[in-house]
Design a protein around this ligand. Sequence first.
Ligand SMILES: NC(=O)C1=CN([C@@H]2O[C@H](COP(=O)(O)OP(=O)(O)OC[C@H]3O[C@@H](n4cnc5c(N)ncnc54)[C@H](OP(=O)(O)O)[C@@H]3O)[C@@H](O)[C@H]2O)C=CC1
Ligand SMILES: Nc1nc(=O)c2c([nH]1)NC[C@@H]1CN(c3ccc(C(=O)N[C@@H](CCC(=O)O)C(=O)O)cc3)C=[N+]21
Length: 306
Amino acid sequence: MTRTDDSRYLKGGPVAQRIIASVREDALIATAEGFPPKLVSITVGDTDAVDVYVRNQRAKAALAGIGFEERRFAADITAGELEAAIHGLNADPRVTGIIIQRPVPAHIPIKTLQAAVHPLKDVEGMHPASIGNIVYNQLDLAPCTAAASVELLKETGLELKGLEVVVVGHSEIVGKPIAFLLMSEGATVTVCHHMTRSLAAHARRADALFVAVGKPRLIKADMVKPGAAVIDIGINSEIGPDGESRIVGDVDTDSVKEVASWITPVPGGVGPLTVAILLRNTMVALNRQRALYRATYGVADQLAAE
Ligand SMILES: NC(=O)C1=CN([C@@H]2O[C@H](COP(=O)(O)OP(=O)(O)OC[C@H]3O[C@@H](n4cnc5c(N)ncnc54)[C@H](OP(=O)(O)O)[C@@H]3O)[C@@H](O)[C@H]2O)C=CC1
Ligand SMILES: Nc1nc(=O)c2c([nH]1)NC[C@@H]1CN(c3ccc(C(=O)N[C@@H](CCC(=O)O)C(=O)O)cc3)C=[N+]21
């Protein structure tokens, strides 16, 4: 049996295709109504870690009928200059959404940048005001990777209410939002991080195990409960036995797949779905902008008023 024919693999591609097809329908209607959705990506400095992501964003945005523009800034730009650029995008009615690719150089405070994006254009749900929404169980626009990971778990058909879930990694962009989304769904959530005393003991109790750390093969077969669902979020690049560069996750997939009932492959798991959800979030943002403008001015929306 080849890797991808194995039904234990929870693949992101088919789910992503469904989402992109539905986004495309909405995007074509919005465009015909005079409001073409457009996403702007901001990258700062050396962008190796995000190149794959941005390349896929561009390709999938084209498929979905969403405009895409990449703004690249030099590593020595100041935080003030970047904020000014973001304010310009906030004020530009042709721009629907803004995504700031991580990481940014150390001298740029990412939180300040994230807070500079207008909440209505925050397609990643990372503005402090947006991230608060998931605490209040308003889940229609959540951080893309977290939403993608939870959506893949739902593909298993497992009942989330009361499910024992363990999340490894507690970054603000992945681990923490996953924990909040799962709490909203009624799961019992344990969050582990580098200070956790026995990662293995916690991980082994999980019916669903989410891993977002950035360490290849951190999770081995003896850390996984038989029959569990394993969602591998890690994207690590390493040199394979053939001397070629390859992408691997945080889970030792070959051994863990013998124990788990479901496992997300890397590549081909969470990654493609993350991109699809970013595009879906862009349409959620567009619809919010149009609804607010109608409510405020009683006209179709901002462009129509000009
Ligand atoms: N598929 C996708 O769409 C995406 C994939 N990623 C990938 O997911 C991974 C995580 O990304 P991100 O959350 O941004 O990374 P961060 O580096 O921000 O966070 C890593 C987390 O892992 C924890 N950690 C570190 N070492 C251990 C350990 N030995 N045991 C348990 N926990 C540990 C850290 O805890 P502490 O803070 O306490 O040190 C931290 O919370 C990366 O491989 C990244 O490439 C990221 C974004 C999107
Ligand atoms: N603000 C911000 N948000 C992010 O969500 C974010 C980020 N910054 N910085 C970089 C990381 C990484 N990341 C990926 C998303 C999808 C793929 C993806 O599509 N992966 C394909 C790769 C296929 C191929 O190799 O072409 C797959 O896994 O199958 C990869 C990486 C999002 N990140």
